[in-house]
Design a protein around this ligand. Sequence first.
Ligand code: AKB
Length: 314
Amino acid sequence: MTKKILVTGAFGQIGSELVPALQKSYGKHNVIAVGHKHIPEDFDGIVESVEITDNKAVTSILKKHNIGTVYHLVSLLSAKGEIDPTLTWNINMNGLKTVLDYAVENKLKVFWPSSIAAFGPTTPRVRTPQKTVLEPTTMYGVTKLAGENLVHYYHLKYGVDVRSVRYPGLISWKAPPGGGTTDFAVAIFYDGLTKGAYECFVRPDTKLPMMYMDDGIRATIELMEADPKKLTIRNSYNLAAISFMAEELAKEINKHIKVKVTYKPDFHQKIADSWPQSIDDSVARRDWGWKHEFTLPKMTLTMINNLKIKFGVV
Ligand code: AKB
């Protein structure tokens, strides 16, 4: 019997686009989408609902479907994570440990997402190297660093084939992000198209690493399909595409639609200031041939065109 693929956090920002991509490549009957509260009524595929902190329930779903590969995406993000750090630790870490323990016994292949949030204010901020200082100052970042160490340990000690990338801020129009610091780079499009104005929660000169979702999904699948012998990093690969300041994004958007952007930095600013401005992902490019496709102008135009259709704006 063919082993199946299970995706946790299947209806979040990444999962909403990764699941259809996996269904397309491997067949709908081979992909199990695991969600929690909000499962879209029109979802076409196999679905399970589980509390990710319930270890027994997670293990029983893994057993039930004869799973061979897990994309363990479920996570609370950086800004939301600061509101309830204990909940963030439980959600971000417990499920990962359960998946890894099951992977040891059942020889699963695992993808787990880290983030630029694993870095902190003591990390070099420009072209941040693959191996560098990692002293995160958010609970989300702490879970990402702990998770990187945990997946690395399971690889070294038990030989689990676990793969990971440090995602930059992901920009997409299909499912909105929730509770992240890089969310301003998505919200500016939504508010820009629906209200013609956007109040940005970080300063205009805030520069962060970002990526259009299509590149993020392709990177994820390419890494999972890469020859294991070529992979030299088993904690998490640096991954990069574009870096821009909030005001540069506003300027690019205004080439196409008129959006009045004002700036009112709040608690997000401190988080953004603790993260790199750009990432050196040359190890990913060398090991498994990573290459981004979406530039700032291409991403901006793609977002505007798709959101115009979504919101019925002409
Ligand atoms: C966030 O802003 O919290 C996330 C991330 C960079 O991991 N988008």
